[in-house]
Design a binder for this molecule. Structure first.
Ligand code: SF4
Ligand code: SF4
Length: 131
């Protein structure tokens, strides 16, 4: 094949804007609905355990630390997480949220574990029926 046939194509591409970004020096903004990693806002958690029950990867573990003082722990094993956001959908108080990080690779899977120890949030009373 003659090399000359590529020259018009080469010239056309010289003046085009690139289709890719210079990652990791430049980064694209992720969309609002991006599913990064789940994290807990402990001040909103009523320890209903819906996230733990519904997680398909068994990546969430909730334990009682001190029953009388209503202290609990919640662990997210991010090395097992499949980033499906089911825990966020199941959470009735919006205590579980997803962040926008995507550079979470690590040589040690145990470093991906996140845990919180917190006092259970009070259950908000339901709005009274107006008749
Ligand atoms: S995002 Fe999915 S896999 Fe990850 S902790 Fe939540 S429910 Fe489990
Ligand atoms: S994070 Fe949400 S779903 Fe999980 S235990 Fe707390 S309140 Fe319930």
């Amino acid at each position: 094949m003659k090399i000359g046939v590529f020259i018009p194509e080469l010239i056309r591409h010289l003046f085009r804007t690139p289709a890719t970004v210079d990652y990791p020096f430049k980064k694209l903004e992720v969309p609002k609905s991006f599913r990064g990693s789940p994290y807990l806002q402990p001040e909103l958690c009523i320890v209903c355990r819906a996230c733990e029950r519904d997680c398909p990867a068994e990546a969430i573990e909730i334990n009682t630390v001190k029953e009388e003082e209503k202290i609990f722990s919640l662990v997210i094993y991010n090395d097992r997480c499949i980033h499906c956001a089911q825990c966020v959908d199941s959470c009735p108080t919006k205590a579980m949220q997803m962040d926008e990080k995507f550079e979470i690779s690590n040589f040690n899977r145990h470093n991906l574990k996140m845990d919180w120890e917190f006092v259970r949030a009070a259950v908000k009373p339901k709005a009274e029926n107006k008749s």
